[in-house]
Write a protein of this length. Structure first.
Lengths: 559, 94
């Protein structure tokens, strides 16, 4: 009795353990695999691509939006007359017949034919009711203003996984904010493939990208783009760039650069055109740098506007080099006002010597020279300042008039904002706020990077710059009745250890109205051929844009 | 003896009533899947129309387009402005 009982119990126990082991195998070891198989039987999982956030100018216009497009695909097994179908589709898809025929002969159920097909093309193909042809909805980036502000915006290309990715400019810098997060949707269907109401989940986990609202004013951007382009053509220049900033907030109102590209067809352009030279290229600023040195000396109390230059009666010799004025004319006993007005190199050497190396380097740091400005665009570079021990007397002298020192245009614009903004240097920013898909806005507050000079110094320097515009070389181009503070610049280009005498970078930097600046602008013309001087090339472009901006803002002449 | 029979009849009636309600309810929602598909298709159509109209609006109202159309129509840029008021100076001469 007892052994039979025990034997039966053992059999049952063994069977129980066997069942338990098998259950463990199915429900634990292969659980995830079986779950996927199960899901496949009653539904299908699909990836929902997040809609990329839009980029809007300050007037709410979508300067980078999303456009509906289609992926045309085929199931070659359903096509009977492959040659005839290739003939029909070739002109519509703008693909050659041979390529289409080759795709139609592939032994597959799904073959993509062309991406980014526009709706009007789809409307022409659909009525033909061609067998084995289908369309899949897609969105592509759309830039309604074409190449306007292209280098500011960047473009959307593909990453290594074939997913959309922003490159350069705002598209690159804010890619993570713009791209959002893809979601997974489980669509559960009945035997005939219809979705079941209670078991359908929609955009589970999908988070659309955030919108960017810019400081950029579309009208100012348009004016800057057209005037800069016109100027480059008029002066036979190799290129040019310009930016307009609100000196009180650091908000970038417009930024242009030529030659440029169309972000809608970025593949058709050379890679070198993608970068934005205003933040990626360094240059020797020349005379536009003089106000930085002069305001440093004024702030340090070393000179006053009426201080007379004691070494301006002829060329200055330093370490075997001779420093001359740009026009060979010398003005003995020039005041500091005259030095800025005549853009006198020898006068600036006088100021530089008074300032001395330690103070000059200290003011460079305060003005942010040799540091990233922190602008929210991809690719900003900075030329590092050489160590103090590597400075020779000639370097101090040339740096005083903006040669032998390299900076980016954005660095100069940011440094200049201190003069236009009561001594406070602002961080340049393109994006004003970020908006989430549910409408919440996160404002980006203006940031003061430092106060290199006092408010009093800024006002004195402003008056000296107003005088330079009213009585300097570029006075002929100035719009009448407005008080504009500014400075011309004609920088020589270093080539193989010496400066090229015929090739210059002409520039003009300034702000208006001088008493309550609404904008600060830097115009840089690269190697103009009609004239090498900033006063004859960059200045007219600056004043034409300034006049338009003042009119656009409704600011009447004050004089 | 009577009570259990009555109880059984009541329970049976409830079961039948609930079954009828369920059949009726399920019958009424059986076509909802199709309606849902139709609604989704309508949403898709409207979304598509909205996207196409937005695209047209953006292209038409872009400054690049407006500027070239204005040029074609013969509009020219105004070179001078007339200001109706000039701000007074901070201090007036006696």
């Amino acid at each position: 009795m007892s052994w039979r009982y025990r034997f039966t119990l053992l059999i049952f126990l063994s069977l129980f353990i066997l069942v338990l082991t098998r259950l463990f195998y199915w429900q634990v070891v292969r659980a995830s695999e079986l779950a996927v198989l199960g899901k496949d039987q009653y539904g299908r999982q699909m990836t929902l691509t997040a809609t990329r956030g839009e980029i809007k100018t300050s007037d709410g216009f979508e300067i980078a939006a999303n456009k509906l497009s289609y992926l045309v695909f085929t199931n070659p097994k359903e096509i009977k007359d492959k040659k005839q179908q290739a003939e029909q589709m070739s002109p519509l898809l703008e693909m050659d017949e041979a390529s289409l025929s080759a795709l139609f002969t592939l032994d597959r159920f799904w073959v993509p034919l062309k991406r980014g097909v526009e709706n009007k093309v789809k409307d022409k193909i659909e009525p033909l009711k061609l067998p084995g042809i289908g369309f899949e909805d897609q969105t592509v980036r759309f830039y309604p203003e074409a190449s306007l502000a292209a280098k500011l915006l960047g473009f959307v290309g593909k990453d290594e996984n074939g997913e959309d990715k922003g490159y350069f400019g705002l598209e690159g810098y804010y890619d993570r904010q713009l791209r959002g997060k893809a979601g997974l949707a489980m669509v559960i269907h009945d035997a005939s493939g219809r979705p079941i109401l209670s078991k359908m989940s929609d955009d589970f986990g999908k988070i659309d990208g955030r919108d960017l609202i810019l400081h950029v004013d579309r009208t100012i951007q348009f004016m800057l783009d057209s005037e800069l382009k016109k100027g480059i053509e008029e002066y036979g220049a190799a290129g040019g760039m310009a930016a307009v900033m609100n000196p009180k907030t650091g908000g970038i109102l417009a930024l242009s650069s030529f030659p440029t590209y169309d972000p809608r067809h970025y593949q058709e352009y050379t890679d070198t055109l993608y970068k934005n030279p205003f933040i990626t290229d360094t240059y020797e600023p020349g005379s536009t740098f003089k106000p930085i040195i002069m305001s440093s000396a004024l702030d340090a109390g070393l000179v006053r506007p009426d201080t007379q230059c004691t070494s301006c009666d002829g060329p200055v010799s330093i370490g075997g080099y001779e420093i001359q004025t740009w026009n060979g004319k010398y003005n003995p006993n020039s005041t500091m006002i005259d030095v800025i007005q005549h853009s006198d190199n020898t006068g600036m050497v006088f100021v530089g010597r008074l300032l001395g190396l330690d103070r000059m380097i200290s003011y460079f740091q305060k003005f942010g020279i040799g540091e990233m400005t922190g602008i929210d665009l991809q690719g900003e570079v900075v030329a590092n300042m050489r160590p103090k021990e590597d400075w020779y007397p000639i370097d101090l002298a040339t740096a005083s008039f903006g040669q032998g020192i390299t900076i980016t245009p954005i660095e100069l614009l940011t440094a200049f904002s201190a003069i236009a903004n009561d001594g406070h240097r602002m961080e340049p920013h393109v994006v004003q706020s970020i908006q989430t898909p549910d409408g919440q806005k996160r404002e980006i507050s203006p940031k003061v990077l430092g106060s290199p000079i006092s408010s009093k110094t800024a006002k004195v320097m402003t008056e000296m710059l107003v005088n330079a515009v009213d009585n300097g070389e570029a006075k002929w181009a100035k719009p009448k009745g407005y008080r504009i503070a500014g400075k011309t610049g004609t920088a020589q280009i270093p080539v193989a250890g010496h400066y090229d005498a015929n090739k210059t970078i002409a520039s003009f930097i300034g702000f208006a109205p001088a008493d309550d600046p609404k904008f600060l602008m830097l115009v840089v013309i690269d190697r103009p051929s009609t004239s090498i001087y900033g006063a004859e090339t960059a200045a007219p472009v600056f004043f034409r844009v300034a006049k338009k901006i003042l009119t656009y803002y409704g600011i009447p002449p004050s004089e | 003896m009577k009570r259990p029979v009555f109880l059984i009849i009541v329970i049976l009636l409830i079961i039948v009533a609930l079954a009828v309600v369920r059949v009726g309810f399920e019958n009424s929602i059986s076509t909802t899947g199709i309606e849902l598909v139709n609604l989704q298709s309508q949403i898709k159509t409207y979304k598509k129309q909205n996207a196409l109209l937005k695209e047209q609006y953006l292209e038409t109202s872009s400054l690049t387009n407006l500027s070239s159309k204005a040029k074609k129509l013969g509009y020219v840029e105004s070179k001078s402005q007339l200001y109706l008021s000039i701000p007074l100076p901070l201090a007036l001469k006696q």
